[in-house]
Design a protein around this ligand. Sequence first.
Ligand code: ARG
Length: 265
Amino acid sequence: MKKILGLVLAVIMMAACFAGCGSKNDDGGSAAGDGNSAEKEKLVMATNAEFPPYEYHEGGEVVGIDAEVAALIADELGMELEIVDVDFDTIVPGVSSGRYDIGMAGMTVTEERLESVNFTTSYATGIQSIIVTEDSPITSVDDLFGDGNYTIGVQTSTTGDIYSTEDIEDAGLGTVNRYNKGADAVQALLAGRIDCVIIDNEPAKAFVEANEGLKILDTEYAVEDYAICYAKDNEELGAKVNEALEKLIADGKVQEVIDKYINAD
Ligand code: ARG
């Protein structure tokens, strides 16, 4: 019995060491093959890669505007970028608890999020848009506040969710259906299960392009600022990231990345 207890203790201690070594990122027990990046400190970015052109999957990788701007920031800071793809609603809690260094996900600066995290300078603008089927009776944002009692699809915990829940569902004017991914809301719209999708304009364009029979209404629900979030108690890293971002904005590098993914026509 004593032996077994000793063995269990040894295993626990080993596990603790591995966990400790890993989080300190001192390369002590980590796998070989890091090459010359082994010395670099990691910058762990949480995103939700269901949001083209800001972040999406391509060839097993997370690509898009945020991935590229974050890589430029990491370069400026001499850090190694690691992108983790998680559910959108876990990004802010994960950043505020220190699990991730930064959150970058076409994320809108909101009063509510500012209560748990800080944001950098804004690097892009987003517009909440409305996607409908081509034959939809919904023709403007005002129709959602009428007596149509429409069902609105959104990605969980996004501003589209927050606004339509407050303005429409809580006011008894309609129903909000929440999906894990914007693309799932779009599929529900195509299947006739919901009447419209409220989502940011650029992913809206990407989803409408990828599917037949949909259109974006020429009406804006809300205009918002995208920024990078970081933990309130990590002002040191936040200031560094913000400084690098501001430099990249001033040098036109951020615009270059945006132009690469978003054509102005
Ligand atoms: N801009 C919206 C928000 O901040 C939606 C962002 C969704 N981003 C994503 N990567 N899925 O709530």
